[in-house]
Design a binder for this molecule. Sequence first.
Ligand code: PMP
Length: 463
Amino acid sequence: MTNNVNEFDSIDVVNSDRNHVWHHLTQHKAFEKSDPMVIVNGKGLRVWDAKGNEYLDAVSGAVWTVNVGYGRTEIADAVRDQLVKMNYFAQTAGNVPAAQFAQKLIEKMPGMSRVYYSNSGSEANEKAFKIVRQIAHKKYGGKKTKILYRDRDYHGTTIGTLSATGQFERKNQYGPFVPDFVEVPHCCEYRAQDEADKENYGIWAADQIEKVILAEGPETVGAICLEPITAGGGVIEAPAGYWPRVQEICKKYDVLIHIDEVVCGLGRTGQWFGYQHYNIQPDIVTMAKGVASGYAAISCTVTTEAVFDAFKEDEDPRMGYFRDISTFGGCTAGPAAALVNMQIIEDENLLDNVNTQGAYLISQLNRLKEKHDIIGDVRGKGLFAGFEMVKDRTTKEPVDESVVMAVAGHCMANGVIIGRTNRSFKEFNNTICLAPALIITKEEIDIVVNAIDEALLAVTSSL
Ligand code: PMP
């Protein structure tokens, strides 16, 4: 693919963007001194900006989305064909790609049964919360309305999902929040608190959830929402023993398990879904980003048949069903893209590639850790990896945010886009994060790791 910027005047586009587009998660003051980046083309893992600069994108569209890579004409063709035939009808009726994708998805999710379509990760999580709340009213006399979430986890940008989020950067200045969302501690072994049982940390961390359930009253707690591997909160995989214990606790107190697979879903960690590494059976699973790799907006709230059944059993039929709609959940472009996206993951054996290249990526980051004292901890699973940067390995004091930004900026200047995670309320958790497309090659990993190596050398020598 060539970088064809001839169809428009790139200076005009950059100026229009600077003058009229409000970028996400962006302090626009920066554009008083430098131009905003406008992305023009993409192919594989590479993107080109309006000025013709080429980048290797190691975070799949900045936010871990483009799982099958850029420039997939087969997805674009399927979406075009579908749109010409039938673009939209509300999900009060079915449509062909929605039915076909639901069938294909459920085949990969033993124990799960029903797919509810909407447009974004936040929306999928809102649907899950509404399902939990309605079950509380239908089955438990309006009592089991509380939803637990973990410190450091992120579940979305709406006020409801932010209420279920444990990240300072996301929540600060947006309160007050929705009642009955209750925070529980996280399970980051590297940052285990002094009072923690370090020998059995996984079980100890899960037991902290039980303490909160007991303090709140088990009769008030309807569900817990968890990322299988915490993404924006610092790329955190729970230690051994954690998940079976969480499942046991939830069973004991009749608490539904809602797994947020918005980042980990569709192959990112080497299984179709992150939770499938840990042998847990969720009641609700939400997913978005990788479902159609950003070729169309689509998200899914997937439930067990038991959860679905609760909406059929009601004496008053008008109260019984799930009284929710998402207008654009009826867009056919989403499931049409998702079907081909999933087929690509299968046909190209991308789960195998994630496992092979993911192991290589983590080994290379560990190699960097041996070389650079600033790396305190390397974490990750599959093609989802991160490393935490510290001033001192013994005290684990995190580096200043400016250091993290400098490392990311250095990589960007050298044509490699990497990501960073967010600060939680309790800890200044600054982790560089990598989540490249699932098609990445060993050679491309080497380019990314070399760029990080050089950035760390440059940044640490200037400290
Ligand atoms: N859950 C998780 C784990 C996420 O990382 C995100 C987005 N980063 C969301 C939910 C929200 O998704 P969206 O931005 O599509 O609303």
